[in-house]
Design a protein around this ligand. Sequence first.
Ligand code: COA
Ligand code: AMP
Length: 659
Amino acid sequence: MENALLAPRIDRMRNKTISNGGIMNYREAYTESIESPASFWGKAAEAINWDRRWDTVLDDTRLPFCQWFKGGRLNTCFNAVDRHVQEGRGSQPAIIYDSPVTGTTSVTTFQELLDRVARIAGFLKGLGVEKGDTVIVYMPMIPEAVLSMLACARLGAIHSVVFGGFAARELAVRIDDARPKAILSASCGIEVKRVIPYKPLLDEAIRIAVHKPEHCVILQRPMVEAPLVSGRDHDWTDLEAHAHPAGCVSVEATDPLYILYTSGTTGRPKGVVRDNGGHAVALAWSMKHIYNIGPGDVYWAASDVGWVVGHSYIVYAPLFVGATTIVYEGKPVGTPDPGAFWRVVSEHGVKTLFTAPTAIRAIKREDAQGAFLKPYDLSRFEALFLAGERTDPDTYHWASRLLQRPVIDHWWQTETGWAIAGNFLGLETFPVKPGSATKPMPGYNLKILDPTTAKELGPNENGMIVVKLPLPPSNLPTLWKDDERFLNSYMKPYPGYYLTGDGGYMDEDGYVFVMGRVDDVLNVAGHRLSTGGMEEVLSRHPDVAECAVVGAADDLKGQVPVGMIVLKSGVDRPHEEIIAEVVRMVREEIGAVASFKKAVVVKRLPKTRSGKILRGTMRKLADGEAVAVPSTIDDPVILDEIRNSLVTIGYGPHPKKAG
Ligand code: COA
Ligand code: AMP
């Protein structure tokens, strides 16, 4: 069925092979990366400035743990900032801040970036932050968010950025896991026209958390003045004004650069660790070969620094190669109109835009004919890259027709830090098959396994997508202080392989089709969320006996969560009241970003006779798909009841699949 949907209607893109330091095409690059990873990545590492060359490119003696560039020393901030000033690009824009929500645009050159980052690192040092300490960054999309990350990297401190849309409890969980010495934050964020004070959320998170940071540094934005707690909180502007610039601290290639928490199947997020050396090498390689971006180019990842796309492609990768990055504080629509992205592309001369398909669907919904694009000069714009969820063929075709430029779907995860599969503008550009993320990236030995037998499957056979070890550079070396969970989540299910958590297939031409998560992770508007986390919130409601949250297909956001709750016996309050309460609880405890707006009360959840909840069946019901009654179900009648309840909230027989 999926193959019919994705029939190989091949759209010819520019089919080019360009010279690339001896590597002529994809096949040669890919083959070398799999057969001689040390040779391939050793050459790629020449693009990075090292304080000390590595002893070993790849140490895989402790598989499934692998270490890249062991013995090497470098500083990530030096590679992103200082080296460009030293190489004569000091007056080139490094960051363009474009904020339609505040009506502001500003430019920071590499020289100015260096001066500010060194001072911010200086005040952090003054607060006692040293190499190996953790620092949480809880910030809206303002340049200081980027500066904070770079300042931590400068000191060898480990940053952990928490997405500004997460509520206090989610922040508290991350504070307790990362145990930061300091937290960097701002007085508020702005969601279109809504000003969101951050300080009450931060204070509440610190109150709930067991670990208490020694210092909080608050950037006061003009819209909201945050009250400061004496002895703990500091005013950012004061500290920066009086700070002594700090130099770069040389760290091991294998030392952690950051922790980024991402949703797993339970409510406890996973602390994905990123190293310094492998990360810099892979990201620099990706900029040249995937995106065809180099010094002086303007590159825009329209995401948020709180997500992995923001870490890799708003902050580190563009700066590693001396490109200009854009920090955009706005939305694709509503700030002020669906032409917002095209305005930014045109005004700042963006060469490559990277966003999520959901953003394109939002623009399409409000401007199907592309009238808002017409006033803008897009002559410097070369390509649109999409990730965060599969680019459905409709969105692909619409964007291609509108933009008349390559539209490239590429697949990746927080765990990998860069694409696992994609197309290449700087190596070899393959014809697009809509619905496919194209080819595996060099370094990723992708296989499709049968979920039960673990046998490798052939072309067009659907299964678990795994990566045969070793993982390439920039992939997570482990989870923060939790090797056991790293092994259990990713490595033990299929020994010798990394489990991506995504299902799909590869066709006879080696094109990768990623069809969705095979676990309970949701993808809502390109944001990764845990159904387990939402269920934990729902079960705290005093009237709820049991619950399940599943992802239902949504034509804008890809997926949205839908709750099914079973009430405790004797509860006779109106269901609407209870539903409104659980919706509020998820918003307050996880955040509005969860988009948890709908739930139904059901008599029972469908389960197997051994008591396992049939989530896959519920997901199909919510999507209006035909459901074969599972032979193991304990009570088949319940399926009809749930189907009928879902219809009352707009789910069920009329599938709302994206595209
Ligand atoms: N701080 C506080 N609240 C936030 C927030 C933040 N940083 N980010 C989102 N929210 C809130 C929104 O205001 C919204 O609140 P509401 O329910 O009161 O309206 C809610 O969380 C859901 O946000 P969002 O998912 O952004 O939905 P939306 O309806 O506001 O916008 C899109 C829809 C498609 C325009 C938007 O999701 C989008 O731009 N997505 C692209 C995502 C992306 O770049 N992902 C990164 C991977 S590449
Ligand atoms: P995150 O860790 O937040 O980046 O989310 C990673 C998940 O998003 C992946 O495991 C996929 O399920 C999904 N995803 C990201 N990009 C793509 C893509 N291009 N195609 C299909 N799924 C994607």
